[in-house]
Design a protein. Structure first.
Length: 300
């Protein structure tokens, strides 16, 4: 089984790659960096300048930088607690390539060269058909319980909707629908009143990685993984354009003012159904007689 990981260079994503490598071996790491020569604050300030937003946007950019510095030590403690030493750097014995986009021609070529590779994605931009068509199997780790929360900032949106019972992670097949591919497995987050968006999301990476590791183990053992099609009408799809500094401040208030404790006591809705990872030993491929909405991944 040849494994390719599509990620960005962030602690949680380094953990994802290293954990998979430790369990199964990773053949190639594709690191997406759309802004190869810019720092985070440089990108923020540049965006504000290009949009002509003026002093207000620049002040917001500085606020973001100050907040990031203030949270750095707390985030580091969370990373150590959740991931140990596996989040500090990518495994040095795995070949890697840095690209501006996971859809670059170089990525298509490298995946094709590996032949029947399993492509694992976590935290990149949308992966296009040219890459997907070269893979035997594709899986994405999504910070959200699809189809209820698809798109970006799903943890934040669940908190805004007063819905902590439906914060979780989904491992699904990559498809043209954003976070809408058939689901291999999901896990619900364990949320406490002391959590933050960051600590919850780090937990989601940990849980999602364990699902991926188990999927690979079962496929390598000759089992076929049942995939459950989503009903996209049951949830919402959020985009970056919908987010704002006002919403960011609202989430900060939820974290700061103890609102999460009240939310846990009186959520807006009950836990919704999720898909548990399941498989069958050497099951036959899906046929016309199989249950609707199901398909299978077989041994690679």
């Amino acid at each position: 089984m040849r494994v390719v990981c599509l990620v960005r260079d962030e602690p949680a994503l380094r953990y994802f790659v290293n954990r998979v490598h430790k369990a199964h071996g990773v053949d190639l790491i594709v690191v997406e960096d759309p802004h190869l020569h810019r720092t985070l604050i440089g990108r923020t300030l540049d965006h504000a300048t290009r949009e002509g937003a003026g002093a207000k946007a620049l002040a917001e950019a500085m606020r973001v930088r100050t907040k990031a510095r203030r949270q750095a030590s707390r985030h580091q403690a969370t990373l150590e607690r959740q991931f140990g030493g596996l989040s500090s750097q990518f495994a040095p014995d795995v070949p890697s390539v840095i690209v501006g986009s996971v859809n670059d021609d170089a990525v298509v070529r490298r995946v094709r060269e590996l032949e029947r590779a399993v492509v694992l994605d976590h935290g990149t931009s949308l992966v296009g058909e040219p890459v997907l068509s070269q893979a035997e199997m594709t899986l994405n780790v999504h910070w959200g319980l699809s189809p209820y929360y698809r798109g970006v900032r799903c943890t934040e949106w669940a908190l805004i909707m007063w819905d902590p019972a439906n914060i979780g992670v989904t491992v699904h097949e990559l498809s043209p629908d954003i976070d809408g591919g058939a689901i291999a497995g999901q896990k619900r987050a364990t949320v406490s009143h002391e959590d933050t968006v960051h600590s919850i999301n780090m937990q989601l990476t940990y849980l999602g990685t364990e699902i991926v590791v188990e999927v690979l183990r079962r496929v390598a053992a000759g089992e076929e993984i049942r995939l459950v099609q989503q009903d996209l009408s049951e949830g919402v799809l959020t985009s970056a354009r919908q987010w704002s500094s006002l919403l960011s401040r609202h989430v900060e208030r939820i974290e700061r003012d103890g609102m999460l404790a009240r939310m846990l006591e009186s959520p807006s809705r009950e836990p919704q159904p999720i898909v548990s990872l399941s498989s069958t030993p050497r099951a036959t491929r899906t046929s016309a007689g199989d249950a609707p909405g199901h398909q299978f991944f077989g041994p690679c």
